[in-house]
Design a protein around this ligand. Structure first.
Ligand SMILES: [Zn+2]
Length: 169
């Protein structure tokens, strides 16, 4: 089964009478375009990853090693905006108590909008957490430490895995 994003036919009101009084801005359109910017990512279209209940259809793996992160249907697709540092394999020496701020400063970040929301950390098959950085913990592969693949919000206790930073089967 596939999800069709095709909307029902939207009634187009053709307004030929007034030419001077159009002040409404098409703001919805801008948001829509931003969400569809997937041009340089080689993951399958997200429609094929999400089932009819808005959950992850398939297993979710680390992009770099065979470590499994999530089983099918245990997380929910969520559209939230979060700025995540670019992925890399952490060096052991960087992981020190309270050293987060330093790392945070030189991190090049990418704004990500599509996440898998996991509402219990014990739902993960395998995952690693960093120390808290600016109020959040980053998620990384538990085996090879590739990351961040997402973040954990200690206030809500929710975890978010970026759709584009994991692999599917
Ligand atoms: Zn890995």
């Amino acid at each position: 089964m596939s999800i069709h994003q095709q909307s029902n036919s939207i009634p187009v009101s053709e307004n030929n009478t007034s030419s001077s009084e159009s002040q409404s801005k098409p703001e919805d359109k801008q948001v829509e375009e931003k969400r569809l910017d997937f041009s340089n990512i080689e993951i399958p279209p997200k429609e094929t990853l999400i089932n009819e209940k808005g959950r992850n259809k398939t297993n979710v793996f680390c992009v770099r090693c065979p470590s499994k992160i999530l089983n099918p249907r245990v997380s929910k697709f969520k559209n939230v905006e979060f700025s995540l540092p670019m992925m890399k394999q952490r060096r052991r020496t960087e992981i020190k108590e309270g050293s987060g701020e330093v790392e945070e400063q030189d991190a090049v970040k990418e704004t990500i909008n599509d996440f898998w929301e996991v509402n219990d950390i014990y739902t993960f098959e395998n995952v690693g957490f960093t120390n808290t950085i600016s109020g959040y913990k980053y998620l990384a592969c538990a085996d090879c430490e590739m990351g961040p693949i997402g973040y954990y919000d200690p206030d809500s206790k929710l975890s978010y895995v970026a759709l584009t930073r994991v692999k599917y089967d």
